[in-house]
Design a protein around this ligand. Structure first.
Ligand code: ZN
Ligand code: ZN
Length: 354
């Protein structure tokens, strides 16, 4: 079977590998679609970042070279011993977080904080392949009414869904999203679904600002505009309730903090290293600064929203490509074309219609 393997930065190779066999508690999935994520782009452009180089990941046993891709769905081809959640022929979405099931966080149900936390497709062989071996606990059966194309966007939607759950944002509140990549756009879509109408969106790319408008932002602002925090104070009538930082930079974090009302909050979704914050303002305005990583218990409610027709995630899909086209028309295109949101790779064209 064919798989797109990460060997080094700018070195993805389409390889022919023996078909994987599911062990106990594992399932073999024939991949229908696998979305290209920002983290895949990072690994491609200047990785490794999360890919294990020396020590194999404790739960996957994998290290480089490995198959990227964690945003996938498909058809169950075979099940290993002891698997009862799904059967051969089941249509499934994959929630790609590894979990040990045994640490204090897993036992508390906070499996996205697992001590051995990792993602299939970054720390283990993932979905840019015709077939992939997946632990059965990652699988969610899909109702017939949910297409594979919808299901392929569940993973980034789950990131946005969890960030919203971490926040205190309620219908009637105001929010601002900094950084309008797929996660930022999905935050807008899902906040609208929760009845939030005063949604502001900030990005330096005009293409991305237009997309944010299409996704339901009330006002979009240029990230380079002067007096951005003051403008947000005016637009929201006194300051923003919840700011989502999905750009991952010192500058946007500072802007986010200064755009808040007293008692407001910033939810960090973007990845950044060490940054400085105005702790004086944080204390005096009783601000909350919190992080959100991955997701937990987000797939079932999202699948329900898709099945009911209230949510359409295919709006985020701007292109579908084959495994052979993935590097040139997927990774390379996403790096230079800001009008692209989600590019899906389709390793098995026969499943694309299902
Ligand atoms: Zn992702
Ligand atoms: Zn754990």
């Amino acid at each position: 079977m064919k798989a797109l393997r990460w060997h080094a930065a700018r070195d993805l190779r389409l390889s022919d590998l023996p078909a994987p066999q599911p062990g106990p508690g594992e399932v073999l999935v024939q991949v229908a679609y696998c979305g290209i994520c920002g983290s895949d782009l990072h690994e491609y452009a200047d990785g490794p970042h999360s890919i294990p180089q020396q020590e194999p990941h404790p739960l996957s046993g994998c290290r480089a070279p490995l198959t990227l891709g964690h945003e996938f769905c498909g058809l169950v081809l075979a099940v290993g011993a002891g698997v009862e959640r799904v059967q051969v022929g089941s249509r499934v979405a994959v929630e790609p977080e590894y979990r040990c099931g045994d640490c204090q966080y897993c036992r508390a149900g906070q499996y996205n904080l697992c001590q051995s936390m990792g993602f299939i497709g970054l720390m283990g062989d993932g979905g840019f392949a015709e077939q992939v071996r997946v632990p059965a606990y990652m699988l969610h059966p899909l109702p017939d009414s949910v297409s594979f194309k919808q299901a392929a966007v569940l993973e980034p939607a789950a990131v946005a869904f969890h960030a919203l759950n971490q926040s205190r944002l309620l219908a009637g509140d105001s929010c601002v999203v900094f950084g309008l990549g797929p996660i930022g756009l999905l935050l807008i879509l899902l906040a609208r679904l929760r009845g939030v109408e005063r949604i502001f969106a900030v990005d330096i790319s005009p293409e991305r600002r237009q997309l944010a408008r299409d996704f339901g932002a009330l006002e979009v602002l240029d990230g380079h505009a002067a007096n951005l925090p003051q403008r947000l104070h005016e637009l929201s009538g006194g300051g923003i309730d919840t700011a989502f930082e999905a750009a991952g930079s010192q500058q946007t974090l500072s802007l986010a903090l200064h755009s808040l009302r007293k008692g407001g909050e910033v939810v960090l979704v973007g990845l950044m290293g060490e940054v400085s914050v105005d702790a004086f303002q944080l204390v005096n305005h009783e601000l909350r600064l919190l992080g959100s990583v991955g997701y937990r218990n987000a797939y079932p409610p999202l699948i329900e929203l898709l099945a009911s027709g209230r949510l359409d995630l295919t709006r985020a899909v701007t292109r579908c490509v084959t495994l052979e086209q993935a590097v040139e028309h997927g990774f390379e295109t996403l790096l230079r074309d800001k009008s692209q949101i989600k590019v899906l790779v389709n390793p098995n064209p026969s499943l694309a219609k299902a």
